[in-house]
Structures are given as structure tokens and as C-alpha cells.
Write a protein that binds this ligand. Sequence first.
Ligand code: PEP
Length: 252
Amino acid sequence: THTRKRIVAGNWKMNCSRTEAIRLASAIVTMYDAIDNVELLICIPQIHLADISKLLINTGVLLGAQDAHWEDKGAYTGEISASMLTDYLVSHLLVGHSERREMFADDNQRVAKKFAAALKNNLKPILCVGETLQQREQGATFEIIKSQCQAVIDEVGIGAFANSYMAYEPVWAIGTGMTATPQQAQEVHAEIRSWLAQQDESIAARLPILYGGSMNAENAESLLVQPDIDGGLIGGASLKVEDFLKIYSAAG
Ligand code: PEP
């Protein structure tokens, strides 16, 4: 019995052909055994939304996207808007994933605008924050995370976090197999929560903060038992049905 809502979210990144995506989502649906108060979400490539949204109807498995543009429409070649996603039963949107921050010019201001666009379109944003190895070694971890959060608070206000999620993803742990220790992750989660509590205690107490970074079937439980870790954002292991659902079970 956990006090906060919990969620295990898969981030498929740029993986899966159409056939592979359908096979993977079908297998997840087949193996899914709902746990009270723990949501299961898959954030998939946009091109598969039409197929997968049909497949997930009435299953309880939730559908998310990995990014969206902040405007509803316009001359933005190659982009997809948050408003377009709502036609496909998408309920959640990753915002500011470190791969987008690093490779696709998602700075704090853009991330804040995308977060606002998600809310405006009734999508629940999952704000991804985290430091690089260099920043951690310089002792700048929390300063970086604070500035990532502050940009969003400046754009939408602290109240917006009542309908949102946060994911702490140390950049050095993503896709590297170098998971943060449960103590390292818990320390940052607690620090985020107490910093937010200075601005709004009840929102901070209710905000689900997920951990992401090489979480897998073996290490999930040790992370998910930490008091301020409310779920996981899973990259690599979310492409393996059994591992993904083992992580989901560990969140219960
Ligand atoms: C991610 O992409 O958010 C992630 C945590 O990836 P991985 O689990 O592969 O480290």
C-alpha cells in the first residue's frame, strides 16, 4: 500500500517495425495482470499510434508518446503536435527526455513549452530531469535538476504538477547498464520532493517521481522499495515483455 499513484512506463525510443510493434504490444496486453494503483504505460513511436491504440482499447494498458511540438499546428516540417496525439487515445507525454535535450535542441524553455502544450491538450506530461556524469562529479546534480524544474514552473506554475509526473533519469545511467544505486536515486528523489514542498506541500506529497536509467528485472525491486521512488521509466528492458512485466510486478 503506497500513498502515491505509481506507474511503470516503457520508452520504446526509435525501435520496432510495424510488425514488431504490434507483436510486442499484443504480448504486453496478454501478459498484463493489473495491480491496484499501479499504471502500466508504453511510450511508442508516433507512427505506430494508430495500430497500437486500437490494440490497447479496454485493456487498461496506457498509451504515451515520446515527444510533441508545442504548437497545435503550423509550418513545422516533420513535427507532430500534442493536439494530434489526442486522436489516438494517448494519455501521457514524455517531455524533455535527455536524448531530446542532447540531440534535438530541447532546452529548458522548449521543454517548458512542450509541458504546457501537453497540459493544454489534456495529456499528462512526464517531465524528465537529470544530470550528466560530469555535472555529478562537479557536485552540480541538484542545481541542474532545479533549473530543469524551475523553467517548467515559470511557464505553467507549480499547480500544474498536480496533473503531472516527474522522472529522475541520471544521464550517465541511461542505456549504459550503470544503474544509480537505490541510495543515490532515493537521495535525489527526496531532494526534488522537499524542494517542491517548499512551494506546495500537498502537490509535492502527491507527485509521482519515477526513476529511469538501466532499470531492469533484476534491480527494479531494490529501487522501487525506496520511499520516494514511485515507479520506473524503462528503456531497453521495456522491449522485453517478460522483463517489463516483472518490473511492473515489482512496483506493486
Ligand atoms: C530511458 O530511455 O528513459 C531509459 C531509462 O533507458 P534505459 O532503461 O535503456 O537506460
